[in-house]
Design a protein around this ligand. Structure first.
Ligand code: FES
Length: 160
């Protein structure tokens, strides 16, 4: 189903906050990424139509910001902060253990397409280190026991 149809109410509400359709391109890209798991060519085209923009302009915006992914990701995109405050609280070891648990390297995606992991710079939750964001939702004060529980929870949710 096309974004404009599936997310009609959300798009309408969001558009109402902006002076013109073009100004809403970034929230529209979030919707596309949420739907497809990445900013796919199909998503770019649909956002361009919604915002009445040229697809090339939409693609250039998606390419500029790191919160948009122009590559397919796993269903759960795990961005682990390894910046200073988190590193001082064991984030490097945590990230190594997480990669080992999932059998992937930095930036890799599990064979089942469930998880993509990558390290990122400070996410502004330094007091809750180690932490990560999963599809832009924070998970804080992590250790591998808690992480294994989250991985199971997400796998169970995906199986429903
Ligand atoms: S250093 Fe990790 S959230 Fe700030």
């Amino acid at each position: 189903m096309a974004l404009a149809e599936k997310y009609a109410e959300q798009i309408k509400t969001t558009m109402a906050k902006y002076p013109d359709k073009r100004s809403a391109v970034m929230p529209m890209l979030y919707i596309a990424q949420e739907e497809y798991g990445w900013v796919s060519p199909e998503g770019i085209q649909e956002v361009a139509e919604i915002c009445e923009m040229d697809p090339t302009q939409v693609k250039s915006i998606a390419g500029f910001y790191t919160m948009y992914s122009e590559q397919p990701k796993g269903k759960y995109w795990l961005q682990v902060c390894t910046d200073l405050a988190c590193a001082l609280c064991g984030a490097d070891k945590f990230y190594e253990d997480l990669k080992q648990e999932l059998g992937v390297d930095d930036g890799g995606t599990t064979e089942d397409g469930m998880f993509t992991v990558e390290h990122v710079m400070c996410l502004a939750a330094c007091d809750k280190a180690p932490m990560l964001q999963c599809n832009f939702h924070f998970q804080e004060k992590l250790d591998m026991d808690k992480m294994r529980g989250l991985l199971k929870q997400w796998r169970d949710e995906a199986a429903k």
